[in-house]
Design a protein around this ligand. Structure first.
Ligand SMILES: C[S@@+](CC[C@H](N)C(=O)[O-])C[C@H]1O[C@@H](n2cnc3c(N)ncnc32)[C@H](O)[C@@H]1O
Length: 324
């Protein structure tokens, strides 16, 4: 099954590449050539992408390589949010603007003719993509550099290599032949594209490094050293009482956007107590509340932590895993 999927992905990639070749031969006059030709996302998949990203009226949705503008126009009309579409091809931008006027959404959406690698995307709270895995991988550093932690990213069909998705879903689209411009696709590819995958990620905050944790309102030892290692959204931690005197086991580390959760196992006379931490990271400061398993009725206890700035390191690693 995996082998079949890989073959199909290769066939999909070849199809895109072949289309790109045909497309690019006619696009020589443009400044920079599009990396991916225009193939529209089917409406069902557009809806699934926006639902998976939990788009609401407070969001700003950016579609990088927006084609005919359908993703941001749907985001505005069905979810009431603002949207920005970026495409390098001036014809796509004209088409998107016309489609926005026809949908009555031109006050909520904006279309910019620009290379997506050069556009300022920092205000996005949701980013949508239908590019290629290879292009996604080149885009990854920009996503991590410019987007705030908590920003949701959804991609139609193409993954992000070793940045594993937080969720994915397969969409039954029915027959793609109903979609424009696809009447020449072969049966093999059609089968596959009848149930494309939508991938979903949340940009994680960065908790790497060494932190001094203080819990002002507990008796006894109330200062700890925390150390976190992190690659994308995978976090591993350890803790010590005071400054490295006694090692404390940490488990169930989880980061979603700026919110970090972990559990500290504190050995007390004869038993282990679980301390559940939840906090928000902002720069080199973390603040949150702690629940003690042994005192369920007790009010939540506040904690804070400060990072030694020199111990901060990037959480994005290079990808040598090969791209699907
Ligand atoms: C597969 S289509 C996706 C269209 C739309 N996002 C959708 O899902 O319906 C890819 C789009 O990316 C655009 N594109 C390719 N390379 C680009 C680049 N470097 N900068 C901006 N747009 C680009 C193409 O012109 C094309 O419209």
């Amino acid at each position: 099954m995996e082998e079949k999927k890989r073959c199909l992905k290769k066939s999909l990639f070849s199809l895109f590449a072949a289309m790109a070749f045909i497309f690019l031969s006619g696009a020589a006059a443009q400044q920079k050539e599009p990396e991916v030709p225009f193939v529209p996302t089917p409406d069902k998949v557009v809806l699934e992408m926006l639902k998976m990203a939990q788009v609401s009226k407070d969001d700003v949705v950016y579609d990088l390589g927006c084609g005919d503008g359908r993703i941001v126009i749907t985001a505005a009309s069905k979810f009431g949010c603002r949207g920005v579409g970026i495409d390098i091809d001036p014809e796509r931008i004209r088409e998107s603007r016309q489609n926005a006027i026809e949908a009555g959404e031109s006050d909520k959406v904006q279309f910019i003719q620009r290379d997506l690698f050069e556009a300022d995307i920092s205000e996005a709270t949701v980013v949508t993509l239908y590019l290629l895995s290879e292009v996604n991988l080149r885009l990854r550093p920009k996503l991590f550099k410019e987007l705030n932690p908590g920003t949701r990213v959804v991609s139609h069909e193409f993954n992000m290599g070793n940045w594993e998705p937080d969720a994915s879903s397969s969409v039954k689209t029915g027959d793609y032949r109903d979609e424009p411009r696809v009447d020449f696709w072969d049966e093999y590819t059609l089968d596959y594209w009848n149930s494309p995958t939508v991938y979903f990620w949340v940009i994680p905050g960065n908790v790497t490094g060494t932190w001094k944790l203080t819990i002002p309102d507990i008796s006894g030892k109330n200062e700890f050293t925390l150390k976190f290692d992190q690659e994308f959204q995978r976090v591993k931690g350890e803790a010590f009482e005071g400054t490295y005197s006694i090692r404390i086991f940490i488990k169930d580390e989880k980061i979603k956007g700026n919110m970090l959760q972990f559990t500290m196992e504190r050995k007390l006379e004869g038993h282990t107590e679980n301390l559940h931490f939840e906090g928000r990271v902002q720069g080199h400061i973390m603040q949150g509340v702690l629940k003690m398993e042994d005192s369920p009725g007790k009010a939540e206890i506040k904690w804070n932590a400060k990072r030694a700035a020199s111990t901060f390191r990037p959480i994005i690693s290079s990808d040598s895993s090969g791209i699907e």
